[in-house]
Design a protein around this ligand. Structure first.
Ligand code: GRF
Length: 216
């Protein structure tokens, strides 16, 4: 069983989707804990209600990003995860912390990367006149939202769209995409070797696409 630790700073709807999916008999993975940098994150409350291991490590009291990350990831690794998933974890992780981790880390990002790393992705896609938008799951590297993309889900932009409506439709896809990627890793078909995703024994040449809930 693949042991998954989730990092979240806020609402936690992706965490919730992962938790629910993990309880299916054929999921192949279990969510072992939730870790946050924000004491008021609703995701923490949900983890408490569900009786999961959880902790909040606040930035205060740590002299540098590296010092914070060292404390944060020491706590996360106590639960011995095989995979760390950033699901709305709103902190940049230091290169030192990433280099010291010996488990892969996924992030879910609300755009079709490499388009729109960073914030306000929905408004930026609309401002650019894009016909298509979506979400990506990628490996976390020191470059913000810049690691290899494992899979994407696409959403058509409507002629009368606004950022909130578009975000809501993308979020529905996020809740399918993230569990599908974790299942793929749990199944052994997807493997991560030094920041290179491999699928069925070959380097992943292009991001997988989610169609009708299935990664292709
Ligand atoms: C999601 O849109 C995710 O893609 C982004 O932050 C948001 C988190 O939402 N990284 P939630 O906390 O999972 O509801």
């Amino acid at each position: 069983m693949l042991r998954v630790a989730v990092l979240a700073s806020g609402r936690g709807s992706n965490f919730s989707a992962l938790l629910e999916d993990s309880r299916a008999a054929d999921a192949g993975y279990t969510v072992v804990g939730l870790y946050s940098d924000q004491p008021s994150a609703p995701a923490l409350e949900l983890a408490r209600e569900q009786g999961l291991d959880q902790a909040c490590i606040a930035r205060r009291g740590h002299a540098s990003r590296e010092a914070f990350d060292a404390a944060f990831f020491a706590r996360v690794m106590r639960i011995q995860p095989h995979l760390i998933v950033c699901a709305g974890y709103m902190r940049i992780i230091s290169a030192t912390a990433l280099a010291n981790l010996d488990v892969p880390m996924f992030n879910i990002h609300p755009s079709l990367l490499p388009l729109y790393p960073g914030l306000d992705t929905h408004a930026r896609a609309l401002a650019a006149g894009d016909r298509e938008h979506g979400a990506s799951v990628h490996l976390v590297t020191p470059e913000l939202d810049g690691g290899p993309v494992i899979a994407q889900a696409r959403v058509a932009v409507q002629h009368d769209d606004n950022p909130a409506a578009l975000a809501a439709r993308v979020l529905i896809q996020e809740h399918r995409l993230l569990p599908a990627c974790v299942r793929l890793l749990a199944s052994g078909r997807l493997q991560i070797d030094r920041q290179q995703p491999w699928l069925d024994g070959a380097p992943l040449a292009a991001p997988l696409q989610l169609h009708d809930g299935v990664l292709q």
